[in-house]
Ligand binder design. Sequence first.
Ligand code: DQA
Length: 149
Amino acid sequence: MKILYLNGPNLNLLGQREPKVYGRATLGDIETKVRERAAVIGIEIEFRQTNLEGELVSWIQQARGVFEVIVLNAAAYTHTSVALRDAISAVAIPTIEIHLSNVHAREEFRHKSLIAPVCCGQIAGFGPNSYILALEAAVNINATSQSPQ
Ligand code: DQA
């Protein structure tokens, strides 16, 4: 099984960026933790970050036939991007939305996710552990997922 982890804008600054909200772990630290856990359960992962919306769209499109599940922290694009939503919908690869912070306990504009209706589910508020929880969810996706829409 192959899982594609995609990270959106400003997540390259984790570790320095608003540590009270996002903690001290860097994206590299998080990737290491995910890789360690994936190795234990025998899952292959790919881990990418970009600040560009179109690049996320292209990566989602290119995942067809290569990855079984996408784990997506779309960061700010979660709340704004019709293009990402349409890409997820178009490829029909089970996608898990994740966030480090509990977006529902923050500013109102973060309560709305444009991608949530086309994702299998959302994991938010567990810091770097959101990424590990998504791995566990991805492994069981066939058993537990409800088809979006
Ligand atoms: C985030 C939450 C988003 O609202 C925010 O724009 C981010 C990070 C998170 O992981 O908590 O950049 O996706």
